[in-house]
Design a protein around this ligand. Structure first.
Ligand code: BES
Ligand code: MN
Ligand code: ZN
Length: 530
């Protein structure tokens, strides 16, 4: 898909599809472009839409052939829901629906007219572009499709049409470039998660990350069992033991060219990378295992974000740390009752081999915190309990440090990803008390997402750390907006926004993927990168 910004009279633009967003109940007093299109269509647009029950609700789309009465072959009304509830994410979701509709048409030009909303035009442009790129995503590599499905091709060209009061310029061109890059990175992450675990083994995950990240100009180092042993990661090694697949230790680094910037404390990112989670000897049920190829979604998001970060060139280093392995039962698997020694030196009694993520992450978080980051963020499909608590649409955000939590929540808000702060309460600490070691790896069922976070917290020292439990939102249970059923790539957008925020705080140097410098956004003083 090729994106261009257009302005002037939208009705003059030819193409397959002209997309006109409409707020709920706005058809009585439609925006000018809609009433002009309606007049050209002799009133058929509003009449037919009304008769089909189109009210501009956030999940409604109505398409009409124009029969030569407009230059576009079809016009689509795209519901946005209530004007008062509008945010860029509304437009992102709507554009996802628009491109799904366009997939069924000839792969020509689609024009979307930006709604007249009280939002930064750059945020709207970016959301629209991301919605198109994300909505066009399909994972059909393994389907021998029927002819009709095979014919589905994304539009060759997307015109993002600006409202009259908005003038084109570097800031908006930059928003297009960033939106496209972020969308493609999210889709890259989705592919890695959607691939079967037999394909994306720890070795393959490391190879894919290495290839893509090197291409983006990042430094990548990959180690195997020997390196993990050398780093005394006793918990990681224990989890990896039961699998025939070799574990992988992966570090991806962005270091600024400028010496002052390179000398700053880094941002550290960590992603869970269990390429398949059978539960180990504490074996999952058949049903509980079906989606467990998704257990590396945190690492996919981190690797994808790193590729965008390489293009953004923020004025501080960013390092990603990942420990990849499978969690399998075998004669060589780690057992319930085993006592492990972590890299940090703390000992852990294994009470459930299915609580493997926290074991690997504990060692990786220690390794990451040794690099003295000013902030440490991990993404992990960590607990079923978090899905019970927050469902499939919210990321659980755990942090002891309020300031770090706020910054990550703010990034999520700006990115249109929904994060919900969860507590790390001392009240629950005795849940992990062990009789034989410093702690055990799993406690009672209740508050399971919290005790997992409490466990991780033992391994980060005093680094400002935020843990994002993405077990729910890593998968979409249904088609919705720009989502399909399957991997979502959640977290990429939040991490990219977090980096942009930290860079903005340092004075906006190098946060542009196209080499332009976007206008400075005002924000309150915060302790950030130094
Ligand atoms: N990978 C799972 C968590 C998960 C569940 C992710 C469903 C995505 C969908 C994790 O390793 C796990 O098994 N957690 C256990 C922890 C328990 C044994 C303390 C869980 O949530 O049941
Ligand atoms: Mn598990
Ligand atoms: Zn797991």
């Amino acid at each position: 898909m090729n994106f261009t910004l257009t302005s002037g009279d939208a009705l003059e633009l030819a193409g397959e599809l002209l997309v006109l967003p409409v707020f709920e109940n706005a058809l009585a007093h439609p925006p000018q472009v809609v009433s002009r299109a309606d007049r050209a269509l002799e009133g058929l647009l509003t009449r037919a839409a009304g008769e089909e029950g189109f009210r501009g609700k956030a999940d409604q789309t109505f398409i009409l052939h124009t029969h030569g009465k407009l230059r576009a072959a079809r016009v689509a009304l795209l519901g946005l829901g209530a004007r008062t509830a509008f945010e860029p994410e509304t437009l992102r979701l709507a554009c996802g629906r628009a491109v799904k509709a366009a997939l069924k048409l000839k792969p020509g030009t689609v024009t979307v007219v930006l709604p007249d909303a009280d939002e930064e035009p750059a945020a709207l442009v970016r959301a629209a572009v991301e919605g198109f790129v994300l909505g066009a995503y399909r994972f059909d590599r393994y389907r021998t499709l029927g002819r009709e499905a095979q014919a589905q091709k994304p539009p060759s060209r997307v015109q993002v049409h600006l409202p009259e009061r908005v003038t084109r310029g570097a800031t908006l061109e930059e928003a297009v470039a960033l939106g496209q890059r972020v969308g493609e990175a999210v889709n890259w992450a989705r592919d890695l998660v959607n691939e079967p675990a037999a394909v994306v083994t720890p070795t393959r995950l490391a190879e894919e990350a290495e290839t893509a990240c090197r291409k983006a100009g990042l430094k990548v180092t990959v180690g195997g069992r020997r390196e993990i042993e050398k780093l005394k990661m006793g918990m990681f090694l224990a989890v990896a033991r039961g699998s025939a697949e070799e574990p992988r230790l992966i570090q991806v680094s962005y270091v600024p060219k400028d010496a002052t910037a390179a000398g700053r404390a880094p941002l550290a990112l960590v992603g869970k990378a269990i390429t398949f989670d059978s539960g180990g000897l504490s074996l999952k049920t058949a049903e509980g295992m079906v989606d467990m190829k998704t257990d590396m979604a945190g690492s996919a998001a981190v690797f994808a974000a790193m590729q965008v970060i390489a293009a953004l060139k923020p004025p501080f280093p960013v390092h990603a740390f990942v420990g990849a392995c499978e969690n399998m039962p075998s004669g060589n698997a780690y057992r319930p009752g085993d006592v492990l020694t972590s890299r940090l030196g703390k000992t852990v009694e294994v009470t459930n081999t299915d609580a493997e993520g926290r074991l690997v992450l504990g060692d990786i978080l220690t390794w990451a915190s040794e690099h003295k980051p000013f902030q440490l963020v991990d993404l992990a499909t960590l607990t079923g309990a978090c899905i019970v608590a927050l469902g499939h649409y919210l990321v659980g955000a755990f942090a002891v440090n309020d300031e770090a939590a706020e910054q990550v929540l703010e990034a999520g808000q700006a990115a249109g990803e929904h994060l919900w702060r969860m507590p790390i309460t001392e009240l629950q600490k005795d849940a992990l008390r062990s009789e034989v070691a410093d702690m055990k790896n799993s406690g009672e069922r209740w508050g399971g997402a919290i005790s997992a976070a409490i466990f991780l917290n033992e391994f980060v020292g005093d680094v400002p750390w935020v843990h994002l439990d993405i077990a729910g939102p890593s998968q979409s249970p249904r088609e919705r907006g720009y989502y399909g059923k399957g991997a979502t790539g959640v977290g990429v957008r939040t991490l990219v926004e977090l980096v942009r925020q930290h860079a903005a705080h340092l004075g906006m140097e190098g946060t542009s993927v196209s080499g332009e410098t976007p206008a400075r956004r005002g924000r309150a003083r915060r302790v950030r990168a130094r």
